[in-house]
Design a protein around this ligand. Structure first.
Ligand code: PMP
Length: 365
C-alpha cells in the first residue's frame, strides 16, 4: 500500500507536507456556470433569495468594506438567536456549515481519544474533516432500507456522534423525539446534528439545546434560505460548546463572515414568511417528482429533504447520471458500495423537474 510519504515523494515537491500530499479531499458537486444545464446536482434552492436580500445588497455601502466585519458576527447572531428562541451566547456562525462542522472536530474531539461516529452512508465530508484533524472515527452501517440505526450508534465506543438529519444523500429523516431520546440516553457523549436540510422536514432539534448540554445543532443559509452563494452556516448549543467553537475559530480566522454576508443573512432571517412559501413549493414538487420516479420503476426512499435518492433495479446509476448529463440535466452520482445504483436528484422548479422526467423517459426508451 502506498504510504503518505510515498505520495509526498511522488508529488514531486519537497515543500509539501505529508498531510497535504496524502489526504483525499472532499469532491464538491460540479459547479458548471453554463446555464444550458438544468442543475439538479448540489441541492441548491431553485427559488431566488427573499426580496429583502436584494434590497440589502442594493443598500449596501461599499465604503464600509474598508473596515473589517464584526469578528463574531454579533448582529447576525442576535437575529439568529431571536429566530431560534435561544440566547446569542448559544449561537456560533461560520463560513458555510461546512466550516462550522470542520471546526467541530478540533473543538470537541482529541486525536488520541475515542473519536467520533457517523453512518457509513452520510455526508462524505465527515471522514475528510476527521482525516484532516487526525480524529479517529467509527462508521455504523445504515439498515438495508437506508434508515439510521440509532441503537447501533448507541453501542459504539466514541466521544460523540455526527448525525445528518435529514441524512444525505438518502434524504431520510428522524423525528426529533427520537433524536431527543438518543441525546438524553447519551449524556456523556456529544451529539452533533447536521440539519442542513431540516426546513424541508420541520423536525428540528434546535429547541433541545436549552435542555441538553450535549446537543449541538448545525444549520445553514445555503438550502432553505436560497443563499448557497453567500457561505453562512451556524451552530446552536450550550454556551460551553459555543465558546469552544469560538476558541478554535480564533486560531484559524478572526473574520470568517464578511460584511456583505452578514448584511444579507440578517435580511434573509427577517423574511421567514417568504422562505416558508418557497419551502412549501419545493415540498409539493418533491411529492410529485417522487411519485413520477416511482411510476417509472425507480426505488426512492421517502425524502424529508430538497432532493430525492433514486435507483432502478438492473440499471447502473452511473449510466443514468451520464444519460441525463448528455440531455442537459445534472444530477449527482457516487461510485461507492451500496449506493452506486442511485443518483441524488435535487428538487427543482416544476419546469426543471419536467425536463428531468423527459430526459429519464428518453433514456428509458
Ligand atoms: N451538511 C450536509 C449534509 C450537506 O449536504 C451540506 C451541503 N453540501 C452541508 C452540510 C454544507 O453546506 P454549506 O457549507 O453550504 O452550509
Amino acid at each position: 500500500m502506498q504510504t503518505n510519504a510515498d505520495k509526498q515523494r511522488e508529488s514531486g515537491s519537497p515543500f509539501i507536507s505529508r498531510l497535504a500530499a496524502g489526504i483525499t479531499p472532499y469532491t464538491a458537486g460540479e459547479q458548471l456556470n453554463d446555464r444550458k444545464y438544468v442543475k439538479l446536482n448540489t441541492n441548491e434552492n431553485p427559488y431566488p433569495p427573499a426580496p429583502a436580500v436584494f434590497e440589502a445588497l442594493k443598500n449596501f455601502d461599499a465604503a464600509d468594506l474598508r473596515l473589517y466585519p464584526s469578528p463574531n458576527a454579533d448582529g447576525l447572531r442576535e437575529k439568529i438567536a431571536a429566530a431560534e428562541s435561544v440566547e446569542k451566547e448559544n449561537v456560533f456562525c461560520g463560513n458555510g456549515s461546512d466550516e462550522v462542522l470542520a471546526l467541530c472536530l478540533p473543538a470537541f474531539f482529541d486525536p488520541d481519544g475515542k473519536g467520533t461516529c457517523f453512518a457509513d452512508i452520510t455526508y462524505s465530508f465527515y471522514p475528510v474533516f476527521c482525516a484532516f484533524y487526525s480524529v479517529p472515527y467509527t462508521v455504523v452501517p445504515l439498515r438495508a432500507d437506508f434508515s439510521l440505526d440509532l441503537q447501533a450508534f448507541s453501542t459504539t465506543d466514541c466521544q460523540g456522534y455526527i448525525i445528518a438529519n435529514p441524512n444525505a444523500p438518502t434524504g431520510m429523516g428522524i423525528p426529533k423525539e427520537d433524536i431527543f431520546s438518543f441525546v438524553a440516553a447519551q449524556k456523556d457523549r456529544l451529539v452533533i446534528v447536521d440539519e442542513a436540510y431540516m426546513d424541508f422536514y420541520g423536525q428540528s432539534a434546535a429547541e433541545g439545546v436549552k435542555r441538553y448540554k450535549n446537543l449541538l445543532v448545525v444549520k445553514t443559509f445555503s438550502k432553505s434560505y436560497s443563499l448557497a452563494g453567500i457561505r453562512c452556516g451556524y451552530a446552536l448549543g450550550d454556551k460551553n460548546l459555543i465558546d469552544a467553537l469560538f476558541r478554535v475559530k480564533d486560531c484559524f480566522n478572526s473574520y470568517p463572515l464578511d460584511r456583505v454576508c452578514q448584511a444579507v443573512c440578517v435580511a434573509a432571517i427577517s423574511s421567514r414568511g417568504y422562505y416558508a412559501e418557497c419551502t412549501q413549493k419545493v415540498i409539493a414538487e418533491r411529492t410529485r417528482l417522487c411519485a413520477a420516479l416511482r411510476e417509472r420503476g425507480f426505488t426512492v426512499p421517502e425524502s424529508s429533504a430538497n432532493f430525492l435518492f433514486a435507483g432502478k433495479e438492473g440499471t447502473d446509476g452511473a449510466a443514468v447520471y451520464r444519460a441525463l448529463r448528455e440531455r442537459g440535466v445534472l444530477v449527482r452520482h457516487w461510485n461507492k458500495p451500496k449506493i452506486s445504483g442511485y443518483c441524488r436528484i435535487t428538487v427543482g422548479t416544476p419546469e426543471q423537474n419536467d425536463a428531468l422526467l423527459r430526459a429519464i423517459d428518453e433514456f428509458l426508451r
